[in-house]
Design a protein around this ligand. Structure first.
Ligand code: NAP
Ligand code: F7E
Length: 336
């Protein structure tokens, strides 16, 4: 029988890759989207363009229990991937209240509606390495204590415990992924990797002359989003629910990312990157480095591609995006 999956946050980076992956496995894919997305499809659903005709979208907002309950009361799902969240750490410092409301209550609403209406639906919660924050050991694994450093991190710790509590209290199949940073050409422009790849392309196209960044020494364990959605699916196929760290096992600094990204376009980052104190966070997560041995052993999961491959793919994709602008400029100065 065809399995039905529900993806919250389907318009985001991970949601779009997961939708494609599940369609490829023969799933019927449903997505929860904010009404504004349905009203501005070109802009808000752009990551879903290749699969738009093959998925079912339902209007729901994480801030409204009624809207979540409504969708769950009219559709029976086998698996629910709860990816929707205010996911930008810096924004969570700017407005901690709305981040907490969306990320904590939104997770609680979904769990509560599923418990009420379809308790056998398997549930995935998008936990984050930001939960480790001021890390207590390196590399970080499932047993490493949490010490979140931002309202975002705190909201994810609360979501993690909510999901675990529904598993323990009501016997629901709830899994928590503890995913380290994962990127792709579909990454939002506010995150540092995309800000850099986009910045390189703009500079190369003559649209910008510098790139303003914050802390270049922060270290992250960066993987590819396409690999990480495979892990989400694998977690829900096991005999019993559990929590897993998903990471590459390598850590690199923002500075290293810059160096490789600018070099990909034949540029020296030191000539273009300017440090801007206003981009620093009130409390920084200095070092993330994951140990995904459990996922590798139990789920038989492993990442594909290297850090360099990731940087190359992102920069090349953004160079392509900016090529038309550059060519148009060149055409404008060509004599007739
Ligand atoms: P993303 O690109 O920022 O996507 C976030 C999604 O959440 C979007 O579809 C957004 O919809 C939706 N959303 C936000 N607020 C909502 C609301 N009030 N109601 C309904 N939908 C709402 O994030 P991502 O990188 O794909 O990450 C997916 C999940 O994994 C997030 O929960 C994130 O916190 C978590 N995570 C990400 C990483 C990473 O490195 N990418 C690592 C660990 C955990 P709109 O399009 O309408 O804005
Ligand atoms: O920052 C530093 C910044 O915003 C990475 C989310 O997907 O991964 C992501 O959170 C590092 C930080 O991602 C700039 O201070 C320097 O140390 O790309 P980011 P993040 O905060 O790690 C986790 C796992 C999630 O769960 C989140 O949802 O880069 N940095 N200069 C900068 N960061 C940004 N954004 N912009 C800068 O100019």
């Amino acid at each position: 029988m065809t399995k039905k999956a529900c993806i919250t946050g389907i318009t985001g980076q991970d949601g779009s890759y997961l939708a494609e992956y599940l369609l490829g496995l023969g799933y019927e894919v449903h997505g929860l989207v904010r009404r504004v997305a349905l009203e501005q499809p070109e802009q808000r659903l752009s990551r879903l363009r290749p699969v738009l005709k093959r998925i079912h979208l339902h209007a729901a907002n994480l801030d409204s229990y009624a809207s979540v309950f409504h969708v769950c009361s009219r559709n029976a799902f086998d698996e629910c991937y709860h990816l929707a969240a205010q996911s930008f750490v810096a924004e969570s410092f700017a407005d901690g209240f709305s981040t907490m409301a969306t990320n904590i209550n939104g997770t609680h609403y979904i769990l509560s509606a599923l418990r009420e209406l379809q308790p056998n639906c398997k549930f995935y919660f998008a936990g984050s390495s930001e939960m480790f924050g001021k890390v207590k050991e390196t590399p970080q694994r499932e047993t490493t204590p949490f010490h979140p450093r931002s309202p975002y991190g705190i909201s994810k710790v609360a979501g993690f415990h909510l999901s675990m509590n529904y598993r323990e209290a009501y016997g629901m199949y709830c899994c928590n992924g503890i995913l380290f940073n994962h990127e792709s050409p579909r990454r939002g422009y506010e995150f540092v990797t995309r800000k850099i790849s986009d910045g390189v392309a703009r500079i190369q196209a003559g649209l910008a002359s510098e790139l303003r960044l914050g802390n270049l020494e922060a270290r992250r364990d960066w993987g590819h989003a396409r690999d990480y959605v495979r892990a989400m699916h694998l977690m829900l196929q096991q005999p019993s629910p559990d929590d897993y760290v998903i990471a590459t096992g390598e850590t690199h600094s923002v500075r290293e990312f810059c160096e490789l990204a600018f070099a990909e376009a034949g540029l020296d980052y030191r000539e273009y990157v300017k440090q801007d104190a206003s981009v620093y966070r009130p409390a920084e997560v200095d070092l993330l480095w994951g140990d995904s041995s459990k996922a590798r052993a139990v789920l038989q999961w492993q990442p594909t591609g290297s850090f360099t491959d990731l940087v190359t793919e992102m920069v090349q994709a953004d160079l392509q995006l900016h090529l038309p602008a550059r060519n148009a400029d060149l055409a404008a100065v060509q004599p007739d």
